[in-house]
Every structure is written in structure tokens, then in C-alpha cells.
Design a protein around this ligand. Structure first.
Ligand SMILES: [Zn+2]
Ligand SMILES: [Zn+2]
Ligand SMILES: [Zn+2]
Ligand SMILES: [Zn+2]
Ligand SMILES: [Zn+2]
Ligand SMILES: [Zn+2]
Length: 516
């Protein structure tokens, strides 16, 4: 495969296949749907301090509806993964008794019942077989009664095991979840550190057990959690600026699917260290594709997988002769070359993204200088808009390389389409990708200009070029993305390769939670 987009004269010539702005129907404005998506944010940032309030909000809804105590509402919600709608749905469909039984909730009419054990002078604990005074025993909602010592041991083991959310009764086959107040009371009498741990786990269950809430994966951690409206595929931006994929919690990676991205990151980690060395000293085995190093003058090389092949031709030996078998050797070689190619361009564009991101401050300074000048217009939103479009386009371009590797070169999807189909799609993809790339470089180049020094007339011209070029880049970005989403990935039998829709790939900024 040949590299494109790296020559110096790239920016000086216009392509004939330039997109006609007037024909795309968008004019100079961003598509209306996108503005709407931004206005009605469907994700929220929950700072650590507000976690309790957010959790309390959900608890109160369930407590109100079912006239429950907090502890029972919590047990219910933990069981139903903090999905309040689900609790309501089960209530309507299966009734209160079933709802409670499934979650291990037992509601006792009178909480201040006198345990039977108090009638006798001593109580024999069924677990340790010690005789203890009635003050030394605790009865759970299910009616099971054991000595405080045994309960405390049981709780501490479970808490240390990370099972704080659903500590069940000690009695055999009893499914009831223990009362959090009783756990708190007994454990804190023994060890306050473990009691703290218990509280922390209960609070964090709101995130760890919740399908719609996740910690922001930033390192070092910013302390925020993000809540989304629905747990569908989406990419979000935390208040700290970190953009991530909500389903796999790694960096926003569309148009790669989560699986592709996972495979790529692992491969990238292992291979980027030694890739330069490997490409100059090794060749891929024609059968298993692992890189092979030749350690002598002889060109008959044996791989660990068992085959022997000719170093120069890459063809496999069988019975001492070179056997021209299928098209397999070519494919293995081509696949490794594709990997080098995608790897190199992915790295190059990720680096460009980083540099362009640093340009942000520069541009803000330039805008400030312009603002102090006596210009007729003080509105420079179009520059920021152009820059944001550049960020998105560059990011999607970077991730389109690992995507292309798994879509067209790797064996991951080889059963999904014939070689001919694949080739046709690949050619079309690469044409679009190349056109997209060219236009991103143009936009980047325009935004690098020292526009703060421009005369009013030059500034008008600059404005026109920024707007035109950012609309073009964005239009190509959307086209490529939606084609990948619906035609390439959408037509696969493996639905694991679904990606977030394009509007979400704009990486929505999560809004502040209204509690604080
Ligand atoms: Zn006991
Ligand atoms: Zn019990
Ligand atoms: Zn964050
Ligand atoms: Zn993901
Ligand atoms: Zn091999
Ligand atoms: Zn081999």
C-alpha cells in the first residue's frame, strides 16, 4: 500500500473532486440536528461530593412509591442495578411480593419486636454453640438469630471480600439481605476502618452496580462520575476534558468498535516497542504470520509453528521443495505490511491531534489580540467552531486506521465477506479517507495562519476560508463515518462491532448535575 498525504506540496493543489459546498445543503451553518444534540444533553457529570445526593434521589423515589425504609430501598436498587424504572416495571408485572423476594428484602411489620430468646435467661448460638446472654444476640428481619460475635465475624469477612452490597443472612438457605443499620452498628463496635469501608462500598455501589453511571477513567482520577440517559453506545466528555467511550471506558475510539480498539491497543502495546527493529530484521511467517528472525546465511527458515519456508520468496517448503500454495503467503505478508502502514499513520495523526490541541491556547491569544483591535465584528465563534471541527475530524481520522486494519487486512472479519467484496470496499474506503485527510490538512494549515495581524479585508477572506474548509472537512467526516457505521459495520453478522452514532462521536460534553 502506498502512503498518502505526507508530501510537502500536498497543500498547494486543489483536487478536482473538491466537494461543492452549495450542494451539500448545509450552507455555512453546522447541521441543525447537531446543535440540537448539544442543547439537550443526555449525560451528566456527578462530582464525588454529589454522589450521595444523586444516590439519595433514586432512593427517595423508590421509598416514596413503595413506602419503604431507606435500607430496603437500597437493597432493592442494588439488586436491580439502580434502575428505578426496572423496579417499577417488576412491581407492575410481578407484584410486590415477588419484587421483594427476588431482591432478598423482608419487610417486618414491627421492627421493635422482642426476640424470643429474651424469654430465656441464656441463648445458645447455633453457629458457635456458645451460651450467651440475650443482650449479646441480634435477630435479622428474617427472624434468624445468632450471637453478635458470629454476626460480626460474618460481616467483616464479607466486607473484606468486597461483598458489602448484599451481605446475606448466615442461616442455611436464607436469602435475606442483612439490615445495613445492624451491620453498621456491630462492625463499628469492632473495627471502625472496616465500618468506613462498608460505607464507602455502599456509596460506590451507586456507580459500580449502575449501568447508567460510570467513573470517569481519567488518570489521575478527576473524582467525577458520568451518568448517561440510556446505556446505549455513546462517547462522552467529562468536565475534566477527558473523552471516553461509555461502554468500554477507554479513550473515545470511534469509528473503531470496542472490540477492534481492545485488540489494537494490545497489539500496539506489544508491537510498537519492537516494531522498527522487527520491520528491518524480520519477515512474517507465511503460515502463522509471526515475525521470524533469520539467524544464519541459509535461506531455508523454520518457524516455531512447524513450517519451513524460503526467506527470499516467502514460499513454504514441503518435502524439501518449495510449494506454491494458495495465496496464503502473500496474504500473511500483506497483512503485516498493512499493520505497519496503519500503525504508522495512526501514530502520525495522533501526534498531529496532540499538536493541534496545543494550538488551542495560541488561537485564543490571537483572538484576544483581534478583540482589542478596532474591527467591525467582535464575534470569532467561527474560529473556535473551525478548531472544534478540526479536532473531531483529526480524531476520527486517527482511529480510522486501526479500523481499516481490522476491516480489510486482519482475519477478524474474513468470514463476513468475500475477498472481492472486501477489495472493492477497501478501495472505496481509501479514496474517501484520502480525500478526508487532504481536507483536514488544509483546514489545519489555514488555522495556523497568523490571522491576528490581518487587515479587515484579509480577515474577511480568512473567515470565508475557515468556514468553507471546516464545513467541507466536517461534511467528509460525517460521510465517511456514517458509511462505516451503516454500510461497513452495520452489515456485519457480528453485532459486537456497533459504534456510537455520529452525533455522539462529536463527544458530548456532560452537563453538571443539578443537585449541587
Ligand atoms: Zn455465635
Ligand atoms: Zn435469615
Ligand atoms: Zn473526568
Ligand atoms: Zn468502547
Ligand atoms: Zn509460524
Ligand atoms: Zn511458521
Amino acid at each position: 500500500m502506498e502512503d498518502y498525504g505526507n508530501s510537502d506540496d500536498e497543500h498547494q493543489y486543489l483536487d478536482d473532486d473538491e466537494v461543492d459546498i452549495d450542494d451539500n445543503g448545509y450552507g455555512f451553518e453546522a447541521p441543525a440536528t447537531e446543535n440540537m444534540a448539544r442543547a439537550s444533553a443526555s449525560s451528566m457529570v456527578i462530582p464525588k461530593e454529589s454522589l450521595l445526593a444523586a444516590q439519595m434521589g433514586d432512593l427517595l423515589r423508590v421509598m416514596d412509591l413503595l413506602s419503604l425504609k431507606e435500607k430496603h430501598a437500597r437493597t432493592l436498587l442494588i439488586h436491580y442495578r439502580w434502575d428505578v424504572e426496572k423496579v417499577f416495571a417488576v412491581l407492575v408485572e410481578e407484584g410486590k411480593d415477588k419484587l421483594f423476594a427476588q431482591a432478598g428484602v423482608t419487610v417486618v411489620e414491627n421492627d421493635h419486636q422482642v426476640p424470643l430468646s429474651q424469654c430465656s435467661s441464656t441463648f445458645c448460638c447455633n453457629i458457635c454453640c456458645d451460651d450467651v446472654s440475650p443482650q449479646e444476640v441480634t435477630t435479622m428481619d428474617c427472624g434468624h438469630c445468632f450471637c453478635n460475635n458470629c454476626w460480626t465475624e460474618h460481616f467483616i469477612v464479607k466486607i473484606n471480600d468486597g461483598q458489602s452490597r448484599r451481605i446475606k443472612c448466615m442461616a442455611l438457605k436464607c436469602n435475606v439481605v442483612c439490615d445495613e443499620a445492624k451491620i453498621r452498628c456491630l462492625v463499628s463496635a469492632r473495627d471502625s476502618n472496616i465500618a468506613d469501608k462498608f460505607e464507602r462500598f455502599l456509596l460506590e455501589s451507586y456507580i459500580d452496580d449502575n449501568r447508567r453511571v460510570k467513573w470517569c477513567p481519567s488518570v489521575p482520577h478527576c473524582g467525577n462520575a458520568i451518568q448517561v440517559e440510556a446505556d446505549e453506545l455513546c462517547e462522552v466528555e467529562c468536565a475534566c476534558g477527558f473523552q471516553f467511550c461509555f461502554s468500554c471506558s477507554s479513550v473515545a475510539h470511534s469509528p473503531c468498535s470496542c472490540l477492534m480498539w481492545e485488540l489494537w491497543s494490545k497489539k500496539f502495546e506489544v508491537e510498537s516497542l519492537s516494531l522498527n527493529w522487527i520491520s528491518s530484521h524480520t519477515k512474517p511467517c507465511p503460515k502463522c504470520c509471526k515475525p521470524i528472525e533469520k539467524n544464519g546465511g541459509c535461506n531455508m527458515v523454520r518457524c516455531k509453528c512447524g513450517i519451513t519456508f524460503n526467506w527470499i520468496s516467502g514460499l513454504e517448503y514441503s518435502n524439501g521443495y518449495i510449494e506454491v500454495s494458495e495465496e496464503r503467503p502473500e496474504h500473511g505478508k500483506w497483512r503485516l505490511e498493512s499493520y505497519y502502514h496503519c500503525h504508522k499513520l495512526y501514530k502520525a495523526h495522533t501526534e498531529s491531534f496532540r499538536l493541534e490541541y496545543e494550538m488551542k491556547e495560541d488561537i485564543q491569544d490571537k483572538i484576544k489580540i483581534l478583540g482589542e483591535k478596532d474591527t467591525s465584528s467582535k464575534d470569532f465563534g467561527w474560529i473556535k467552531d473551525g478548531l472544534n471541527k478540526l479536532f473531531r475530524a483529526r480524531r476520527i481520522l486517527s482511529f480510522s486506521y486501526p479500523f481499516a486494519f481490522y476491516m480489510f487486512a486482519d482475519d477478524l472479519l474474513k468470514n463476513e465477506m468475500t475477498r472481492e467484496e472486501r477489495k472493492i470496499k477497501q478501495n472505496f474506503f481509501e479514496d474517501q479517507q484520502q480525500q478526508f485527510e487532504t481536507n483536514i490538512e488544509r483546514l489545519s494549515l489555514i488555522l495556523e495562519e497568523n490571522f491576528e495581524k490581518y487587515s479587515e479585508h484579509q480577515l474577511k477572506d480568512f473567515r470565508m476560508r475557515v468556514i468553507t474548509q471546516s464545513v467541507t472537512a466536517d461534511y467528509l467526516c460525517r460521510n465517511l463515518y456514517e458509511w462505516i457505521e451503516t454500510d461497513l459495520l452495520g452489515s456485519l453478522k457480528h453485532s459486537v462491532h456497533k459504534i456510537a452514532p455520529f452525533n455522539s462521536a462529536a463527544v458530548e460534553k456532560a452537563s453538571k448535575i443539578p443537585y449541587c
